[in-house]
Design a protein around this ligand. Structure first.
Ligand code: C2O
Length: 450
């Protein structure tokens, strides 16, 4: 793991510009393009980005708003854009069935209809997702809910800071190398935050909120601070937790998000690091990257800090989905790049879900390998793990969950709307090499009897 000196200010992805059209729809424009970026001092790397050479702007919309994304592909090959964590019709979801050819523009439109959350967007072309994301295509999509906005630090880029964490391997000539592929996928020795290596962020307020996204293709992190200070976990993938949860470490597998609030004293520094994560029963010879300690971001407090409101004791109302409401239980077993013995086939629908139903998905892995599980369309709740209540950090809304090998995760979810038998959603391992190699399946939501 590359040594870090914290001499570069953390890049903050710009907030995307948007216009509101005559029908009241908020319209964003995104262009996927190639460029070159100075990620390491004195080195230019060929990278991909949206509206720039690397990563993408932060999209932002309010609950209840209708949004349109006009996505233009200026790359030399087909791509797609998936809105990870978003509840929306399958045709707008940006999976492998919504390809954008070079030179074309795709215009998905939907109503934002879910709690305030830190979501993200990234390509999803079947078999190529790892490469497209690794080259730099990713950005955040923040949902705000003015009707349910507890007093949390919220000045974007100041005390409400996106932190997209990605590991990269650079070749001798400064290009992204995809050669360091081991079992879970690409493991890089250089970890970037928003594309910045050795980043610091100048803190000017007593509290700072970090919206941490594991945007890596394979690596699982356990984030914490170098002095083991406590932070408050305030949000998980799909929204705020019911109440803040004091922690010193939070594990995030690829695709997962955590919103944390940390307090600093005037003039002090602390470093956000990743410590060797608890991976469960992963075979030690296959737990590549699991031993690494990584410095990600230094927080430097100014000599005088502005007051912050204390973190409220109640953050959100999360209505627990009751096990009794579930009418269907499905089992998913991940083993050797297969789910239930099958490899992803874009022409096959694996599961048919009736609209309006609440379902339990029992997910486990037979491999002694690292896997996680991501479901499109819905935010789920973790009902139990091996029959026991999930740890408190998994009691909020989730769309991706790390699977410790051999354990049985029961996820409960409700499929409220958007019945369309002709368009599929995905579920898959979000370790992108695994996903590309077939650890993925498709479901449709239909009207009863369809
Ligand atoms: Cu973030 Cu189907 O993925």
């Amino acid at each position: 793991i590359a040594p870090v000196s914290f001499d570069t200010p953390l890049a903050i992805p710009p907030e995307a510009e948007s216009r509101v059209d005559a029908s009241g729809t908020r319209v964003f424009e995104l262009t996927a393009q190639e460029g070159s970026t100075e990620l390491l001092p004195g080195t230019t790397t060929t990278t991909w980005g949206y509206n720039g050479s690397h990563l993408g702007p932060t999209l932002r919309a309010e609950r209840g708003e209708r949004v349109t994304a006009e996505v233009t592909n200026h790359l030399g090959e087909m791509t797609t854009v998936h809105w990870h964590g978003m509840h929306l019709p399958a045709r707008m979801d940006g999976g492998p069935h919504q390809p954008i050819s070079p030179g074309e523009t795709w215009r998905p439109t939907w109503e934002v209809d879910q709690p305030a959350a830190t979501l993200w967007y990234h390509p999803h072309p079947h078999g190529e997702t790892e490469r497209h994301v690794y080259l730099g295509l990713a950005g955040m999509f923040l949902i705000d809910d003015p009707e349910a906005a507890p007093a949390l630090p919220s000045e974007y880029g100041v005390d409400d800071v996106p932190v997209i964490v990605q590991d990269k391997q650079f070749s001798q000539d400064g290009q992204f190398s995809r050669e360091s592929v081991q079992e879970p996928g690409i493991l890089g020795d250089t970890v970037l935050a928003n594309g910045t290596f050795g980043a610091f962020h100048e803190v000017t307020t007593e509290l700072v909120r970090l919206r941490v996204l594991n945007g890596s293709t394979a690596r699982t992190y356990a984030f914490g601070f170098d002095d083991d200070r406590e932070f408050q976990l305030v949000g998980s993938d799909g929204g705020l937790l019911a109440a803040p949860l004091p922690l010193t470490r939070i594990r995030l597998s690829p695709g997962e998000r955590a919103e944390i609030v940390v307090a600093l004293d005037p003039g002090e520094d602390t470093v956000l690091k990743s410590y060797p994560p608890e991976l469960g029963d992963v075979a030690s010879e296959l737990a590549f990257g699991g031993e690494d300690t990584i410095e990600v971001l230094q927080l430097r407090a100014a000599e005088e800090l502005q007051d912050s409101e204390p973190v409220p004791v109640e953050l959100a109302e999360i209505e627990p989905l009751a096990e009794e409401e579930a009418t269907v239980t499905r089992e998913f077993t991940l083993a050797s790049r297969l789910i239930n013995g099958r490899s992803m086939d874009v022409d096959r629908v694996d599961e048919v879900v009736e609209v309006g139903s609440t379902e339990i998905w029992e997910v486990s892995t037979d491999d002694p390998l690292m896997h996680n599980f991501h479901v499109h369309d819905v935010q789920f709740q973790v009902l139990d793990i091996d029959g026991e209540a999930p740890p408190p950090e998994l009691r909020g809304l989730k769309d991706t969950v790390y699977l410790e090998p051999g354990r049985r995760y029961r996820l409960i979810m409700r499929f409220e709307d958007y019945a369309d038998p002709s368009a599929a959603y995905m579920y898959h391992c979000h370790l992108l090499r695994h996903e590309d190699e077939g650890l993925m399946g498709q479901f449709v939501v239909v009207e009863p009897g369809q």
